[in-house]
Design a protein around this ligand. Structure first.
Ligand code: HEM
Length: 486
């Protein structure tokens, strides 16, 4: 009641169930039942004619503000010192402090170590890993022997592809598409079983298996790096990835550097952040393209015009922009990182278009928790006309002088914004563009409708993501038909 009295009247008070009741339970993200459905999320703001919504808990917990205003979101995200991450989302530090679950100055140290690992060499490695995995997949009897292939859960395929990319390129640890999946002990396949199911109650289980695997690998890596430095005076190219960088930084700085738990903490969150997110974005892109054959044909023709029947190389990446547009449009509709929270370090006044129905500014008191709502911001109709439609072409510059310009990358918050913007943005884009290019070159992606079902009904039935630590799809069934080579 005290909180409620402080709230100016013009804020909308949201229905606590629609408005993410799970998050206001004091156990926060660790609430084992934490799982939020998609229902109503797209229209949360438009039905209230307000880009700020206040969530008032009915029984206990603090009120919190949610916003879909890209202008306000950017203002918040641009200043991680004034707007810190609240304790309640620090649960991701189960294995140790890390770049995601920390605030400045600790966050700055971790980010500085990790950022250089995302360079052109890493992206070119990602490209190669994905191409090899795709070709191994196509050579398997399942795929080779048929021209029409029904996959009941295509998300399992994209999940393995994404795991391969981060494990091989981020950690330089051997893993193959067609590795014997029966022998999982001590390998990343062991945790792959739990990781895709990354609701937080599964994370604890995954982290135990991962700790065991990583502890051994860190010891081996330390010995390897010491030997390299002794013999060559420098760390080899093979160790200039995330794993090598975190271990090398801890050795270099000695007691002042990262300890073993911080190395593990970072490797764990990179696996998590770099795995599920990209996997779901790739399968959602395919599902949306399956529902819009004209867009799929246009992209297929473009791919053929760039690479013909050959495998693409990393040099082709920038020529494959239409594929990237489909990915961005899928992320815009279903942002894998769907929300983040910040705590105001001082009193603030927000001033932006359509923040409130009356057009007034919003006063935010120090200590208020704000949910930066990436779903709301990515579907904000001021920036994205027809916000709920899949329109890959909106991202393409048009020759028509009357056409609206493509959305500015500055207001697209699918990968967040500011100094804490997603570190893996290009990694994810390169990985997804490579995989989608190969698949769309060779296969027409469609769906199997239930009797009497329309495409719209299929989309409504299948594309109902669950909002957990990341936005995730359920099983996405796809029907693939081989294209004839010309
Ligand atoms: C389509 C795929 C992806 C999407 C949509 C995505 C989205 C996001 C978003 C919205 C954030 C901000 C979260 C917050 O502020 O709480 C974020 C942060 C982050 N992402 Fe991604 N991400 C993706 C893939 C990746 C990949 C592949 C990696 C690593 C290989 C990665 C690593 C990170 C890291 C380390 C952060 C934290 C950055 C910091 O706080 O300084 N992400 N991502």
């Amino acid at each position: 009641l005290q909180t409620y009295k402080r709230i100016p009247k013009y804020y909308c008070v949201a229905d606590p169930i629609t408005a993410l009741a799970g998050l206001i339970i004091p156990r926060g993200w660790w609430n084992p039942g934490f799982s939020i459905t998609w229902n109503g999320k797209e229209t949360l703001y438009t039905v209230r004619s307000s880009e700020v919504v206040l969530v008032v808990p009915v029984f206990f917990g603090d009120a919190l503000l949610m916003t879909s205003s890209p202008e306000v979101c950017k203002e918040i995200l641009n200043d991680p010192t004034r707007w810190s991450k609240p304790e309640r989302i620090m649960g991701l530090d189960v294995m140790g402090k890390n770049v995601i679950a920390s605030n400045p100055p600790v966050w700055r140290t971790h980010r500085k170590i990790a950022a250089p690992a995302f360079d052109d060499q890493a992206f070119s490695d990602v490209w190669e890993v994905i191409t090899t995995a795709y070709n191994q997949m196509m050579a398997s009897p399942d795929w080779k022997s048929t021209d029409v292939h029904y996959v009941p859960a295509f998300n399992n395929i994209t999940t393995r592809i994404a795991l391969l990319a981060i494990v091989k390129c981020g950690f330089n640890i051997p893993m193959e598409w067609n590795q014997d999946q029966d022998d999982k002990s001590g390998s990343f396949d062991e945790i792959a079983v739990t990781l895709p199911n990354s609701s937080l109650r599964h994370i604890a289980a995954a982290s135990e298996a991962l700790q065991r695997i990583l502890r051994e690998k860190i010891i081996t890596k330390k010995k390897e790096l010491s030997l390299e430095l002794e013999l060559d005076g420098a760390v080899s190219k093979a160790n200039k990835n995330l794993f090598g960088r975190f271990v090398a930084a801890s050795q270099r700085e000695g007691d002042r550097g990262l300890d073993a738990s911080e190395i593990m903490g970072n490797l764990f969150v990179f696996l998590l952040a770099g795995h599920d997110t990209t996997a779901h974005s790739m399968v959602l892109t395919l599902a949306l393209l399956a529902g819009q054959p004209e867009d799929q044909e246009r992209v297929h023709r473009h791919i053929k015009s760039v690479i013909g029947d050959a495998d693409p190389t990393y040099d082709d990446y920038s020529s494959l922009a239409p594929v990237q547009h489909c990915l961005y449009e899928a992320i815009r509709l279903f942002p894998a990182g769907w929300i983040t929270m910040r705590l105001s370090g001082m009193d603030e006044v927000w001033s932006a278009p359509q923040l409130t129905p009356t057009g007034e500014d919003v006063v935010v008191q120090k200590g208020t928790t704000v949910m930066v709502d990436f779903i709301g911001a990515c579907r904000n109709p001021r920036h994205f006309p027809s916000p709920h439609d899949f329109v890959p072409l909106r991202w393409a510059p048009s020759n028509d002088p009357d056409a609206p310009p493509p959305p500015s990358m500055d207001t697209f918050l699918g990968f967040s914004s500011g100094p804490r913007t997603c570190l893996g943005k290009k990694f994810a884009s390169v990985e997804a563009v490579c995989f989608l290019t190969l698949l769309l070159r060779d296969w027409k992606v469609g769906v199997k409708l239930a009797p009497g079902e329309s495409m719209q009904a299929w989309r409504k039935r299948v594309l109902q993501p669950e909002l957990s630590t990341a936005l995730k799809t359920g099983d996405v069934p796809l029907l693939l038909t081989r294209r004839l080579k010309r």
